[in-house]
Design a binder for this molecule. Structure first.
Ligand code: HBI
Ligand code: FE
Length: 325
């Protein structure tokens, strides 16, 4: 028997971690970024460049003050920033025809047509967000840097993807130790325009709402091996769909080279897999399709330790609690 708990949330066990119930609740995430967000790590290529740091602060101010429903403010990118983007764009687009999954390849020309994707200038998040909304209902929210896994995954439950708006340091165009606008726009965005991938991503997000810290860790690991470093079978070929791969020239080549170990995508096993964050992955998991992966994650989510389930009401942009007994 299933009944929907009212908005007060008072029947949730007291130990349930806070989670966003309405889209506007995402406004509370803006300030909570991890180390590399506001203050750059010492080994970051831009750490000792005061001009770069000032520029980052200028751009992240938008994310700090952004509120649900606002258009995302445009940024007048500098010539240097656009050139960095152009270097990344030109390098990666040579690889996409042979290495990117068919969903990525299908959407890319639409982004060129609709959102001014090209080597000349960094596309504006607002235009991209409106395009995604038309495709799958996903929207972008500007973010200052890395969010906690919990906050970041919770956003996906609302079909919201938190996106950085700044670009990597110009001294190393093909390297970044953190997400930047190249990673978001070339890696993530094309996939969020695909309905099955959108459903898959939201499924991880829904499972994360009110989850225990241990379960958040498991879901973050699943996110890592799919949305960031996932590969999939397409006919008799293996192709990349993870944004961490699609935005890294070196690893995109490596992951399909036959060198790393490939295993089937089984969420319970994936969730327990350790992974390095600064080197190429020693193991990748192969999804049969986004639909199949979504069903497996849904099944996995029922094994998590949470005494209620949730669903997203797209009309009210809010989470309904299903108290199933
Ligand atoms: N925060 N802004 C931002 N972007 C990400 O891609 C991101 C994040 N926080 C955590 C995270 N990714 C993942 O590595 C998982 O922990 C969910
Ligand atoms: Fe990412």
């Amino acid at each position: 028997q299933v009944h929907i708990v009212g908005t007060a949330g008072d029947t949730l066990p007291e130990s349930t971690p806070w989670f966003p119930r309405k889209m506007v609740d995402l406004d509370t995430f803006a300030d909570k970024v991890l180390e590399m967000g506001e203050e750059l790590d010492a080994d970051h290529p831009g750490a000792k460049d005061p001009v770069y740091r000032a520029r980052r602060a200028e751009i992240t101010k938008i994310a700090k003050t952004y509120k649900t429903g606002m258009p995302i403010p445009h940024i007048e990118y500098t010539k240097e920033e656009n050139e960095t983007w152009g270097a990344v764009f030109n390098k990666l687009t040579t690889m996409f025809p042979s290495h990117a999954c068919r969903e990525h390849q299908y959407v890319f020309p639409l982004l060129v047509q609709n959102c001014h994707y090209g080597p000349e200038a960094i596309p504006q998040l607002d235009s991209v967000s409106r395009f995604l909304k038309d495709c799958t209902g996903f929207t972008l929210r500007p973010v200052m840097g890395l969010l906690t896994s919990r906050d970041f995954l919770n956003g996906l439950a609302f079909r919201v993807f938190h996106s950085t708006q700044y670009i990597r340091h110009h001294s190393r165009p093909l390297y970044t130790p953190e997400p930047d606008v190249c990673h978001e726009l070339l890696g993530h965005v094309p996939l969020f325009a695909n309905p099955d991938f959108a459903d898959f991503s939201q499924e991880i997000g829904l499972a994360s709402l009110g989850a225990s810290d241990e379960d958040i860790e498991r879901l973050a690991t699943i996110y890592w091996f799919t949305v960031e470093f996932g590969i999939c079978r397409q006919g008799d070929k293996i192709r990349a769909y993870g944004a961490g791969l699609l935005s890294s020239f070196g690893e995109l080549e490596y992951c399909l080279s036959g060198k790393p170990e490939l295993r089937p995508f089984e969420p319970a096993k994936v969730a327990a897999q350790k992974y390095p964050i600064t080197e190429y992955q020693p193991v990748y998991f192969v999804a049969e399709s986004f639909k199949d992966a979504q069903m497996r994650v849904r099944e996995f989510a029922t094994s998590l330790d949470r005494p209620f389930s949730v669903r997203y009401n797209a009309y009210t942009e809010s989470i309904e609690i299903l108290d199933s007994k």
